[in-house]
Design a protein around this ligand. Structure first.
Ligand code: ACM
Length: 268
C-alpha cells in the first residue's frame, strides 16, 4: 500500500487559493498513492484574529467546496484523502479532519485537544476517536485520525490503536519543536504506522507571529522514519508499506503491548 503526506504553505484565509494549489499538487501524474494525508486547516490557514475571519474560511462537511474538490479527485484517482478542514456546522466552528473516500463518502473527526488560541475560535471536538476500514487493491486497512496537538495526549493514539487502527493519520500545523521526535514513541508504544502531515511558512497578525516547523514524517511500528520532508519544502512524499506489520503487538516473545496492559493500575 502506498501512503504519503502532502506538505505546503497555505495562503491565510484564502480557501480558493489553497484549493488551486492543492489540486495541482494532488493531481500531479508523478504522485501515485492510495492514501494521502494533508495538513491541519488546509483550506484556511491558521492564525485567525477574529471570528469573522474564521467564518470566511469555514465550510460545511460534506457539501463545502474543499470537501467537494477532494471527493471529486478521490473518485477520479480511486484514492483516499485525510485532510484538516475549518468546519462550520450551524453556529459552531470546528477544527476538523476529514477522511474522503473514492465513493464520495466523508467521515469527520473534530479535534479533541484544542491548542492555545484555537480555544477562542473552535468548539471542542465531540466526535471522539474512531477507526475506519478503507479498502482497495491494497486490501482492507484500518485507519484513524487525530489532529496536531492531540499527539501530546498519549490517550489519543492509544485509543485509536486499541480500536484497531493500523495507520494513524495526523494532519498538523506544528509550532513547537517536540512532535517530530515524539511520534517515534507514539508509533512504537502502539506499534502502528503514523503519518504526520505538517505545514510550512509563517503567519503573523498584530499580536503574534508563528513559524510552522515542516518536517512532515511517516514512522513505522518499529520507530523507523520512512519519510521526512525538509522544514520549508512544499512536497508530496510517498512510501510503500505493509499495514499488516501493525498487527504484531509483540515487543518480545513474552511482551504483548496490549495484553500486558494493566488498566486497573492506571486510575488517576
Ligand atoms: C496545533 O495543535 N496546531 C499546534
Amino acid at each position: 500500500m502506498k501512503i504519503g503526506f502532502l506538505q505546503f504553505n497555505p495562503v491565510f484565509n484564502e480557501p480558493e487559493a489553497n484549493m488551486k494549489k492543492l489540486r495541482k499538487m494532488i493531481t500531479a501524474e508523478s504522485s501515485e498513492y492510495d492514501l494521502l494525508v494533508l495538513p491541519e486547516l488546509s483550506n484556511s490557514g491558521y492564525l485567525f484574529s477574529s471570528i469573522e475571519e474564521v467564518k470566511n474560511s469555514a465550510e460545511e462537511i460534506p457539501v463545502g467546496p474543499f470537501c467537494t474538490m477532494l471527493a471529486e479527485i478521490a473518485a477520479q484517482k480511486e484514492v483516499y484523502f485525510v485532510s484538516g478542514v475549518c468546519e462550520k456546522d450551524g453556529k459552531d466552528i470546528y477544527n476538523s479532519s476529514i477522511l474522503v473516500q473514492p465513493d464520495g463518502f466523508i467521515h469527520t473527526y473534530r479535534k479533541t485537544h484544542l491548542f492555545n488560541e484555537e480555544k477562542k475560535w473552535f468548539s471542542p471536538g465531540n466526535t471522539g476517536f474512531e477507526v475506519y476500514i478503507i479498502s482497495g487493491k491494497f486490501g482492507e486497512v484500518k485507519i484513524g485520525m487525530m489532529i496536531c496537538f492531540d499527539w501530546i495526549f498519549p490517550e489519543s493514539a492509544r485509543t485509536l490503536a486499541l480500536k484497531g487502527s493500523q495507520i494513524i493519520c495526523h494532519p498538523s500545523n506544528l509550532v513547537l519543536s517536540y512532535c517530530q521526535s515524539a511520534m517515534f514513541t507514539r508509533a512504537v508504544e502502539n506499534r502502528v504506522f503514523t503519518i504526520t502531515a505538517n505545514r510550512t511558512g509563517k503567519e503573523r497578525n498584530s499580536e503574534n507571529e508563528l513559524t510552522f516547523t515542516g518536517e512532515s514524517i511517516i514512522v513505522d511500528p518499529k520507530g523507523n522514519y520512512l519519510a521526512r520532508a525538509g522544514k520549508d519544502d512544499e512536497c508530496i512524499a510517498i512510501t510503500e508499506i505493509d499495514p499488516e506489520h501493525a498487527n504484531d503487538k509483540d515487543v518480545t516473545p513474552l511482551n504483548n503491548i496490549f495484553e500486558d496492559r494493566r488498566p486497573e493500575m492506571y486510575n488517576d
